[in-house]
Design a binder for this molecule. Structure first.
Ligand SMILES: CSCCC(=O)C(=O)COP(=O)(O)O
Ligand SMILES: [Mg+2]
Length: 232
């Protein structure tokens, strides 16, 4: 099978889980009350706050909505409303250079090499599309946004649902079997394989000290770094 496009996850794949959990999530958790007080009336923000309220019995106090959102951050809920709001909050962090986004040293050269070879690159992450653009726009390896031809988030569907990958394939316009999906999460790779994509498990020892081989890798090709990925 030939490879005509790459679709990559972010957290645990191009970048460390600890950057997301120990830097991005606490930043959003701390900033949420101030953010909601300052910008809660803007339609683009209100839309998501109202969605959270509706899902929680129509609660009306913003302070309660903030508490729900902080609880979701603690649980690492991949909820579209939370992810959209986090993206808006992180914009301030990147702009004031409070942090740059982690990218594994092997990932940036591989992405640049594939792009230079004419292979279109796409992102599929639970982080919102604006958050993905910020992430790669302010990465440890500089602004990498020009390498990507498209961005997908949970508005396409959940990452463990095969239909989401079918939606992405339709949008990319390349047959599923010619797209390689890279992820650290076996359930996401299972869903992508069900939709017909090629799959590679990125099993980073920094994030997953116990390598997932044999049954644990569910038959997906397994590598520990991007420079070990062999494309057909
Ligand atoms: C790109 S923004 C930070 C990542 C994030 O919020 C997240 O939930 C990452 O999930 P992924 O699907 O990239 O594993
Ligand atoms: Mg991941």
């Amino acid at each position: 099978m030939t490879t005509r496009a790459i679709l990559t996850d972010i957290e645990g794949t191009t970048s460390s889980i600890s950057f997301v959990k120990d830097v991005l999530f606490p930043y959003a958790r701390r900033a949420l009350p101030r953010f909601v007080a300052a910008r809660g009336k803007e339609p683009a923000v209100r839309k998501w706050l109202d969605a959270v309220a509706a899902e929680n019995g129509g609660m009306c106090e913003d302070a309660m909505i903030v508490e729900v959102l902080q609880g979701w951050i603690d649980e690492d809920r991949k909820h579209t409303a939370l992810k959209a709001l986090q993206g808006m909050i992180w914009a301030d962090g990147y702009k004031s250079v409070d942090f740059t986004a982690h990218i594994y040293p092997d990932a940036a050269p591989a992405l640049r090499g594939w792009h230079a070879a004419g292979l279109p690159l796409f992102v599929y992450s639970s982080g919102s599309v604006p958050a993905q653009r910020l992430f790669f726009g302010h990465s440890d390896a500089g602004d990498l946004t020009a390498l990507f031809s498209g961005w997908f988030d949970t508005e396409m569907g959940g990452k463990r649902d095969a239909q989401s990958y079918r939606n992405i394939v339709d949008s990319i316009g390349i047959p599923a079997g010619e797209i390689v999906f890279l992820s650290d999460v076996v359930e996401e790779l299972d869903a992508a394989r069900e939709a017909g994509l090629q799959t590679v498990l990125i099993d980073r020892l920094e994030d997953y000290p116990k390598p997932r081989e044999g049954d644990a890798a569910h038959g997906h090709r397994r590598v520990e770094r991007f420079d070990q990925i062999e494309l057909a």
